[in-house]
Design a protein around this ligand. Structure first.
Ligand code: PLP
Length: 452
């Protein structure tokens, strides 16, 4: 039976508990029903075409409607829809995917552990890191330092590693032994000084925390190369080099969460490559399969992997869907397509510089305090007063107003407080970037008019 849109909305309201949604706020109007998608566009039940400036949820890197991925899934579903790899079994799709990932990853990474999501990847990382130090005879190295406003998922470990205060307030307590330091968010927290100086201050905050906790007690530092869900927070150039020095000084592992930055978002296969990092562990997900099927994992550097393998015996950890053959087959085909079509190179050499130029024009808008971008990730800081960068009154929910106007006028941009974030599919064209910037500008005009 085919449901009418009205019927679907009613059933949605009655039965479906959406992620990250205030149910009461859905109101009579209910949810927007998305029916299909093609390229960089999604379509809703009213037949409206919307440019997906968020690539789904930072994940549809290859764009929508790729038959090759449908074929990869169909073929694998017929051949072997599921089998686990727990007890000395394996299968071709997962092995080939692991090999491909290790080819693409920085040179010190030759092993992958698979999960069903980015959150599970971060749960895995937490256990691996503590197990590693225990095997090294340093069980006191337990503390993990994350960042305020960082996002590492919604499982208990994921939300504990993340630094989202609103998440910590619900369903806690968090996993013990995790602490958070300031984020390198110059526009929001660093305007007392230059971006470069602020980047160094933030790295210093990590060192200060290490000394507070005791330099022998810190296991790892976890961070996204560029914070995504926190608001596309691009660190000042001084940040990562200074952080690298601090971590090396105290023998602390680096976990680079590549769930958003991985697979071309910054114009390199990994955000770590963009910033010249050689992490010990890299959680991955999202762009790995371009969101077509759920799959995540952890790329594990030789240092940790060899210890776990040589000294660890069985690691009592794994998920039913670790290395799911159908998800692996789709992910592999997705990586092949990204490679064959030169998608990542095109982001670096063509699209990222073009977006940077067009996006920067929005900085002149009366309610934009800063327009920043790196690769195909961008943010607009909404402000009430451009001369002082004062924010709109919180009660106005300027970001949400702008987000809704965008959606209604044919563009998906997400709001994080009063930051509008952007992360379109990597197959977007220059013409579509023009369309996106025009839509964003008109949405800003309307937001300004409505909030005036
Ligand atoms: N890590 C980062 C950086 C993310 O952005 C996300 C999701 O947005 C996650 C982890 C969690 O991934 P998932 O939603 O697949 O569990």
């Amino acid at each position: 039976m085919r449901h009418s849109p009205a019927e679907l909305k009613r059933l949605d309201r009655d039965h479906y508990l959406h992620p990250f949604t205030d149910f009461k706020a859905l109101g009579e109007e209910g949810s927007r029903i998305i029916t299909h998608a093609e390229g960089v566009y999604i379509f809703d039940a009213d037949g409206k075409r919307i440019l997906d400036g968020m690539a789904g949820l930072w994940c549809v890197n290859i764009g929508y409607g790729r038959e090759e991925l449908v074929e990869a899934a169909t073929h694998q579903l017929r051949e072997l829809p599921f089998y686990n790899s727990f007890f000395k079994t394996t299968h071709a799709p997962v092995v080939k995917l692991a090999e491909k990932l290790c080819q693409l990853a920085p040179g010190n990474m030759n092993r992958v552990f698979f999960t069903g999501s980015g959150s599970e990847a971060n749960d895995t990382v937490l256990r691996m890191v503590r197990r590693y130090w225990a095997l090294k005879g340093k069980p006191e190295k337990k503390w993990i330092i994350g960042r305020e406003n960082g996002y590492h998922g919604s499982t208990v470990a994921g939300m504990s590693l993340g630094g989202m205060a609103l998440m910590h307030e619900q369903g806690g307590p968090c996993v013990p032994g995790i602490t958070h330091v300031r984020q390198p968010y110059w526009f929001g927290e660093g305007q007392h000084t230059s971006p470069e100086e602020f980047g160094r201050e933030c790295a210093q905050a990590i060192e200060d925390r290490i000394l507070e906790l005791g330099e022998d007690n810190v296991a790892a530092f976890i961070a996204e190369p560029v914070q995504g869900a926190g608001g596309a927070i691009i660190p000042p150039d001084s940040y990562w080099p200074a952080v690298k020095e601090v971590l090396a000084r105290y023998d602390i592992l680096l976990i680079a969460d590549e769930v958003i930055c991985g697979f071309g978002r910054l114009g390199e296969w990994f955000g770590s490559t963009y910033y010249g990092l050689t992490p010990d562990l890299m959680p991955i997900a999202k762009g790995l399969s371009s969101g077509y099927l759920p799959i995540g994992g952890v790329l594990v550097g030789d240092l940790v992997a060899e210890t776990l393998i040589e000294e660890g015996g069985e690691f009592f950890h794994g998920f039913t869907y670790s290395g799911h053959p159908t998800c692996a087959a789709v992910a592999l085909r997705n990586l092949e397509l990204l490679e064959e079509e030169g998608v990542v190179d095109n982001v670096r050499d063509n699209l990222a510089p073009y977006l940077a130029k067009r996006w920067a024009e929005l900085a002149e808008h009366p309610i934009v305090g800063e327009a920043r971008s790196v690769g195909l990730m961008g943010a607009l800081e909404l402000v009430a007063d451009k001369t002082t960068n004062a924010r709109f009154d919180k009660s106005l929910s300027a970001g949400n107003v702008c987000r809704d106007i965008c959606f209604d006028s044919g563009l998906v941009m997400r709001s994080v407080g009063d930051i509008m974030v952007l992360s379109p599919p990597l197959v977007i064209t220059r013409e579509q970037i023009d369309e996106l910037v025009d839509l964003a500008r008109r949405a800003l005009d309307e937001t300004a008019a409505r909030l005036a």
